[in-house]
Each structure stands twice: as structure tokens, then as C-alpha cells.
Design a protein around this ligand. Structure first.
Ligand code: AMP
Ligand code: ZN
Length: 486
């Protein structure tokens, strides 16, 4: 089965055919770094990490560009409100660039804890002001924009005569106008859907740059057109982001890129669904944003306890990226149990002894997992196949079934490929301090206990067992030695 991807543009699953295989260009809208990322943001970036990892597994040479929005994002999507960076800088009494740096570091730390791979390029809006100005000039030249006293607007009505402005969400202009505010005599823009490409600065605007239209700053949507085309070309393979970006940000980005480069920017548009809390989208503005650190420590008032980063990553992989995912104590507890069972079985697999022949069928596991991922990156189905295989592993472990050397080697490879390389999961011990020293220290203690037992030194053996148990470790004696978990 070939890789098929649900394309928001065509509203159906399509076979993935890259423009220049084996190269693949993928652009994902990154965070706006004026505050800490919440778990909803993390869901989107973790979903794209899974997609990136699977494309790499398929042998594609992926250039993954994920931007950092560090300028030009006003509070309202329609060019209203304060600039988010200026507002935060005033609040925290810092330079806007101190805000940007602080929250960029925090974002990287969190994504690192979640074991996501870094993108190939992580460009910033402030680092690409001249490229953005060039795009505004080109759109003005092609007649799809106009300037009013230092601000340049995209002319949606004019554009709609030649192209479909609502192509991404399959909406007509009349429908899109619904819910937008009537223009007053004070407005500089001509049409209600017109959006700013370049915004005139006030004297108190902290982040501003010179331009042919006077001092100002870029509109939020512009940076993605500038940076995606710079690093991936005018048309590239995949463009992604959260579903909340479809209606405005991505719609405007398509219009800008089309008006500037005369081609559609991306062939496949992928959108991740939202993480919700009691059915309400998690967002900074709704005030229901859980910070990853609150989740790890359990310090959020709605949490009963803390959950490890890998439990959370597993929880996310258990739902398809296009389904909503509701966040609750119960769901996280279930994921914690499931993840621990999966990793226990994975550990047990490493210790299985091979026989001359296999009495169980495990050879088809790779193909089944690949089929699931090829069907629009269906990670929950991959996990269910791995759980099916766990049953076989337990039967071999209990000596009720046998497995041959060839099957065992392949099974180990499939498990490590799908668990570690594709789902991006690691054992808790590895994540707790970035290496496996902790795990090795516990193994060392338990090996000392085994030695003590062999020497009939029951006092030492009991002391190690009791003290580890008191610390929360569960220790099980097995025929090969021991198994433990926290
Ligand atoms: P922002 O920093 O607000 O620009 O958002 C960064 C990314 O997180 C965007 O791709 C958003 O679509 C995504 N995002 C925001 N809220 C959620 C949520 N509740 N669930 C999943 N993704 C989200
Ligand atoms: Zn974007």
C-alpha cells in the first residue's frame, strides 16, 4: 500500500506523490513566541513530528521548515488589537526580543522533553523582513493589494475575481463575509475580508522596520509565504498546521503566495485537530491551557497527579491526528497503564529466547503497521497492532509458544522502529535524565540483590527489595532474573 494523505484542499485522501522525490518539502506553522506553549500547541507539533518521522522512515529526504512567529501577530486575526509581543514586553518590562528569546528557549525545551526531532530549518519572521517586503511589492505590482496611509492591504474582492479565495475551506465569499464586522467610515480597508500585508507603525510600536510605505511591521500571514517560498520553492509538497489556522491564516497565505508567485504554494495541506478540555478547545485566550510542566508535576488544579512526558506522547499517538482529543485525568490514567504495558512487553521481547521454529505468526507485523501509517498516518491502529503482538510475546515468554531466531530478530526490529523511530517513544528511565544511567543504576542494585540471594544473604536481598518498593518500584522475580517498573 502506498502512502495516502488526507488533503484539506481536495477534502479526500490522495496518494502522496512528491514533486521531486526523494526530496520532500514540508512547512509547518510554528509557535507565536510571546508566551509558554500549552499542551494543545504541543499536540500539533508532536503530530507533525510523527508525520516527519514516518516520511523519513519511507526513505524521503525531508526538508522540514517550521517557523517561529516573533513579530507582527496582533491579538485579533483580522488586524485588530495590540501587537502580542509589544503587549507582553510592556507587561514583563522586557525588550520584545527578550520575550521572543525567553519563550523560544522554553518551546525548544518542551519539544525536546517530548522527544520531537528538530526541523531542518527554523526561520523567524524578524529574520525575513526584507523577503516579506519584496512579496508585498510583488503583490502590489500584480494589482491584488493597495496602500492606504502606510498600511498595505490585500484586495480580497479583486483576487476573488481571478481565483477562489475560499479554496481551502470550500467556502463562497458571501459565506466568508458572514461574521465579519461592517466597515465604518474610519476604516482604511476597502473590503471586509481585506487583510494587512504591511502595517503602519505608531511612534510607540516597539518592533518596526523601514519600508517603501514608511515604518511598519509585516502582517502575520505574510511571514509564512515569505519563508516557505524562500526555503522550499514557490510550490512545495506539504503545508501543515492546526485546524484553527485554516479559515484565516492559511486561506490568506494561499492568496498571498498565489498573487505573488502565480502558483499555488503547496500540493498537500494537512491540518491537525484540536486538543480539547471538556469539549472546549485548549487555547491561551480561553484560559484552559495546560502547561506541559503543570502536567508533568501534576500541579494543575484539574489534575489528580502528574504524568510523564512519554505517557502524554503516547496519549496523543493513541488518537488520529485529524480527530479531536479530549484531555482528562481518566484518559491520561488509561494511557499511563497502556504505555507501561507496551514498554514492559518491549523490555520482555529483548529477553526472549529463540527456538528452532515459530509456533506463532508475527512476520506480518511490519506490513500491518506500515499499512496503518500509509493510511493517513493512522498511529492508533499501529498501537493496536503492537498490542496484538504483545500477546504473542507474553505467550513465548511463558513458554506456551515458540519463536524462531529470524522471526525474533524481525519482531525486535519492528518494535524498535515503530515505538522509538516512528512513534518517538522512549522508556521513562531514558527521559527522566536524558540517558539511561538511572535505569542502569536500578539494574545494578537488583543484580546486587540477585547475588545476595545466591549467597543466601537474605538480609541484604530483603533490604534492597523493601527500600526500592518503598520508593515506588515494583519488582518481579522472573526465571531470567527480574523485571521492574516505577
Ligand atoms: P500559536 O502559537 O497560537 O500560533 O499556535 C501554534 C500551533 O498550535 C498552531 O499550529 C495552532 O493551530 C496549534 N494549536 C493551537 N491550539 C491548539 C489546540 N488546542 N490543539 C491543537 N493544536 C493547537
Ligand atoms: Zn503560518
Amino acid at each position: 500500500m502506498k502512502l495516502t494523505i488526507y488533503n484539506t484542499l481536495s477534502r479526500k485522501k490522495e496518494e502522496f506523490v512528491p514533486l521531486h522525490a526523494p526530496n520532500v518539502g514540508m512547512y509547518v506553522c510554528g509557535p507565536t513566541v510571546y508566551s509558554d506553549v500549552h499542551l494543545g500547541n504541543c499536540r500539533t507539533f508532536i503530530s507533525f513530528d510523527l508525520i516527519y518521522r514516518y516520511l523519513l522512515y519511507l526513505g524521503y529526504k525531508v526538508r522540514y521548515v517550521r517557523n517561529i512567529t516573533d513579530a507582527g501577530h496582533l491579538e485579533g486575526d483580522r488586524d485588530e488589537g495590540d501587537d502580542k509581543f509589544t503587549k507582553k514586553a510592556k507587561l514583563e518590562q522586557l525588550e520584545p526580543m527578550e520575550i521572543v528569546h525567553k519563550y523560544t528557549i522554553g518551546f525548544h525545551e518542551i519539544l525536546n522533553i517530548f522527544n520531537t526531532l528538530p526541523p531542518s530549518i527554523e526561520p523567524t519572521a524578524t529574520g525575513h523582513i526584507s523577503e516579506q517586503i519584496e512579496i508585498v511589492k510583488k503583490i502590489l505590482d500584480s494589482g491584488y493589494a493597495y496602500e492606504t496611509s502606510g498600511t498595505v492591504y490585500f484586495d480580497v474582492e479583486k483576487y476573488s475575481k481571478d481565483f477562489s479565495y475560499g479554496i481551502l475551506t470550500n467556502r463562497k465569499l458571501e459565506d466568508m463575509l458572514e461574521g465579519t464586522r461592517e466597515l465604518s467610515g474610519q476604516d482604511e480597508k476597502k473590503g471586509r475580508l481585506d487583510f494587512a500585508l504591511w502595517i503602519k507603525a505608531n511612534p510607540e510600536t516597539l518592533m518596526q522596520w523601514p519600508s517603501p510605505w514608511g515604518a511598519g511591521f509585516p502582517g502575520w500571514h505574510l511571514e509564512c509565504s515569505a519563508m516557505s517560498s524562500k526555503y522550499l520553492g514557490n510550490t512545495f509538497d506539504i503545508h501543515g498546521g492546526g485546524m484553527d489556522l485554516q479559515a484565516t491564516h492559511h486561506t490568506n497565505e494561499i492568496a498571498q503566495s498565489q498573487a505573488c508567485h502565480h502558483v499555488a504554494p503547496a500540493n498537500y495541506w494537512l491540518h491537525t485537530n484540536m486538543l480539547t478540555v471538556n469539549g472546549v478547545r485548549m487555547s491561551k485566550s480561553a484560559g484552559n491551557g495546560f502547561l506541559p510542566k503543570e502536567l508533568f508535576t501534576g500541579s494543575h488544579p484539574l489534575l489528580e497527579k502528574g504524568y510523564s512526558p512519554m505517557t502524554v506522547r503516547f496519549f496523543m499517538a493513541q488518537s488520529h491526528y485529524r480527530s479531536t482529543l479530549d484531555f482528562s485525568n481518566e484518559a491520561l490514567l488509561a494511557s499511563e497503564k497502556g504505555f507501561s504495558r507496551l514498554m514492559e512487553g518491549y523490555g520482555r521481547l529483548q529477553k526472549l529466547t529463540a527456538s528452532a521454529t515459530s509456533s506463532i505468526e508475527t512476520a506480518g507485523l511490519r506490513a500491518k503497521c506500515e499499512d496503518a501509517m500509509n493510511d493517513d498516518f493512522n498511529s492508533p491502529i499501529v498501537i493496536s497492532h503492537l498490542f496484538d503482538a504483545l500477546r504473542a510475546i507474553n505467550l513465548v515468554h511463558d513458554e506456551k509458544e515458540t519463536i524462531s531466531v529470524t522471526d525474533l530478530t524481525e519482531l525486535k526490529l519492528v518494535f524498535s522502529t515503530f515505538i522509538e523511530d516512528i512513534l518517538g517513544l522512549k522508556s521513562e528511565a531514558e527521559t527522566s535524565n536524558g540517558n539511561d544511567a538511572y535505569k542502569r543504576a536500578i539494574d545494578l542494585l537488583l543484580n546486587m540483590r540477585l547475588e545476595a540471594k545466591q549467597n543466601k544473604d537474605w538480609a541484604t536481598s530483603d533490604k534492597i527489595r523493601n527500600e526500592l518498593t518503598a520508593l515506588g518500584f515494583e519488582i518481579k522475580d522472573t526465571k531470567d532474573g527480574f523485571e521492574w517498573k516505577l
